[in-house]
Design a binder for this molecule. Sequence first.
Ligand SMILES: Cc1cc2nc3c(=O)[nH]c(=O)nc-3n(C[C@H](O)[C@H](O)[C@H](O)COP(=O)(O)OP(=O)(O)OC[C@H]3O[C@@H](n4cnc5c(N)ncnc54)[C@H](O)[C@@H]3O)c2cc1C
Length: 380
Amino acid sequence: MTVDVPIAIVGAGLGGLAAAVALHHHGYRAVVFDKTRALGEVGGPLGISPQTLRLFKTWGILAEFEKISSATPCFEDRDQNGRLLKVTEYAAAPEEGTDHGRFGYADAEMAPRTVHRADLHALLVSAVGNAEIRLNHRLADIVERDDHVQLVFNDEVTARAGLVIGADGLRSTVRKLFSHDDMHYCGSVIFRAVSPAACLRDLGPNDRLRAWHSADRAKHMITMPVRSGRQVAVDATLGVDEPPAHLWSARADLEALAMQFDEFDPVVPRMIRSATGPVFMHPVYDRDPIERWTTQRIALLGDAAHPMTPFGGQGANQAIQDAGELAAQLGRVRDGSYAVALQQYQRVRTDQTAEIQRAARGYAQRRATIVTRLADIVGS
Ligand SMILES: Cc1cc2nc3c(=O)[nH]c(=O)nc-3n(C[C@H](O)[C@H](O)[C@H](O)COP(=O)(O)OP(=O)(O)OC[C@H]3O[C@@H](n4cnc5c(N)ncnc54)[C@H](O)[C@@H]3O)c2cc1C
């Protein structure tokens, strides 16, 4: 069977869906293909920067986004005993060299917001519409011809598209057209939980980002308000020297995980023990930057183009900003000749995202690793 689509997006993650929304705003119809059988309740907290919020405004989804997210005007950094080290106010002018200014979080007019990935994902799905999302389509092969791109899914369905956006994440199949680089394990594993906001009662309202870390940063926790502040989403990170590939996305034993943080401020293990659902492990991988993301009819976007560690809070933001730039460039195309727009997109986005990839890897590298038996933390 062969289907013809004007624009095919491979990957219904935040990047692919944002691209579909942005392209629709510029008058294009795109069909999104994803290998997954069902779009589920997965992921953890995301910080969304004012630059990204302005794109949501342009696309007409900011009001809905505000209903599912929380304004977070500041970030509190604490040592493992809970002693406050620094408060960063995002509305203040950033001190030179600080990260929140560098990555677009500092903004005098608009506060960043935090959201659970699953809630933002659901909002983008509803903005795109289920009719334009084809699940159970695993891309197996992609071939570019003079006048179209041919995609083969599950070795049986073929699609022909005038333009293809490869938004298929860290393990991208489309990226293989551009690079055969390997994934790089960054020495950390993250455990993601959601807990009741009441866990934070000793610290005040659930209206800001908060972090605790050991002196060597081998153990680290960051929390963000989600579900309009009713819950707090928790990323607990352990520096682990061995790449735990065989335990990808394993489920944690809550008590064993909490014990790793028992020497911390009591609020930290309390949040882990109070998790309202299963807690999964996510080893942190990235890749080196690459200079070429586009051909005449194919463009990479999001993690497929520039996978980065989550420690700069930028993976989702940069994917969405890619979508904004790519759609804006395509919006200037009048005669169906995409190549110049794709080149312009690549020119604008590669340097910025490469710089953030390197900085995000740097944050991972400054964390010590500890000898941890992950098998004792993940449940059987
Ligand atoms: C399940 C999940 C949970 C995450 N949770 C967090 C989080 O809690 N916090 C955080 O900061 N970041 C999280 N991330 C990463 C963050 O969402 C991304 O860095 C960022 O949003 C960029 O998204 P993306 O759309 O480029 O890639 P991704 O979000 O990785 O999406 C890629 C999509 O492509 C699909 N795909 C892959 N290969 C194929 C193929 N061959 N054929 C068809 N489809 C394919 C995948 O099923 C997936 O839906 C998560 C990513 C995933 C996939």
